[in-house]
Write a protein that binds this ligand. Structure first.
Ligand SMILES: [Zn+2]
Length: 299
């Protein structure tokens, strides 16, 4: 299995266009601290890739990686489709940027698909430009990620019923947010990708315990961070993101796992966006890594 980390920032990116917080200002002053919106490319065969979450940066994220460049035909792209973990704007706005594609296949759970069709009207908007097809992301069991290529299998483990703000009144469903489980029968390797975690259900714990690589939501360092930094009146948990540190935080969940564990989806207020922050040493002592843009992972 081969994974390319295309971005590691939460909504807004780092820097965020209208933000002068220390994290964003630091990234303007030191370009190596910049992080694009969290996304992952998964290889399913020679010259075939699926992108997990279509961010507002997707065009630049593709340009950053030679593996994802088009060719040899004039409009031949190695990107075979997009898989969505949720319907949040920072994970879906990039679909509109892919409208030049001859065809666009989007794999998502039923509530996510419905939000994109009924609320964002993406079906109506994109159909005049490209051949848009939807595929169901199985919440139970697993199916081939790429039916035409190798045997990599995917499933979505329901994580929470947290809806995006634009669909706040949409029906309840436990599959609004899923953790993506990738299984490679050839090597036996399993990877788990969960950039948005409002809860840590037993099914996720079980999948994490069996995985070789676990990449999860590192939006906020601690629960008070959004209030302390003045970006929200809610806590991290209240905003739908389990914090890294503290009781009930994700670090204490990850530390005992035998898997390689990494954080992604860092908010610009997270102290981890500063490479010199002492929090990096805290995580290193627990054996947990912080993913970076351009990282290559081979679970
Ligand atoms: Zn900022």
């Amino acid at each position: 299995m081969l994974l390319l980390v295309l971005g590691t920032a939460a909504g807004g990116g780092i820097p965020q266009w209208n933000c002068a917080c220390p994290g964003c200002s630091g990234a303007r002053a030191h370009p190596h601290r910049r992080r694009r919106h969290a996304s992952l490319a998964v290889r399913t065969g020679e010259g075939r890739w699926y992108v997990v979450n279509a961010t507002p940066d997707i065009g630049d994220q593709i340009e950053d990686r030679p593996e994802l460049h088009p060719g040899p035909g004039p409009r031949q792209t190695p990107i075979a489709g997009v898989v969505l973990t949720d319907a949040e704007l920072d994970h879906t706005l990039g679909l509109a940027r892919l409208r030049e594609a001859d065809r666009l296949q989007v794999t998502a759970t039923a509530p996510v698909r419905q939000a994109l069709r009924d609320r964002l009207r993406l079906g109506e908007v994109l159909t005049p430009y490209t051949d848009l097809t939807w595929r169901d992301l199985p919440a139970r069991g697993a199916e081939p990620l790429d039916p035409t290529a190798s045997g990599l299998r995917i499933s979505g483990i329901p994580v929470s019923g947290k809806r995006p703000r634009y669909a706040a009144d949409a029906p309840d469903d436990d599959a609004w947010v899923v953790a993506l489980r990738l299984y490679d029968p050839a090597s036996g390797a399993t990877a788990l990708y969960a950039p948005a975690l409002a809860a840590w259900p037993d099914s996720l714990q079980q999948a994490a315990a069996e995985a070789d690589c676990v990449i999860v939501d590192g939006t906020f360092w601690d629960d008070e961070e959004p209030r302390r930094t003045g970006i929200s009146s809610r806590t991290a948990t209240g905003m739908g993101h389990l914090p890294i540190d503290g009781p009930g935080g994700t670090a204490e969940r990850l530390a005992p796992l035998s898997a390689r564990c990494l954080y992604t989806h860092l908010n610009n207020t997270n102290p981890l966006v500063d490479p010199a922050a002492p929090q990096h040493k805290r995580l290193a002592r627990l054996g947990i890594e912080v993913a970076y843009d351009g990282m290559v992972i081979e679970p």
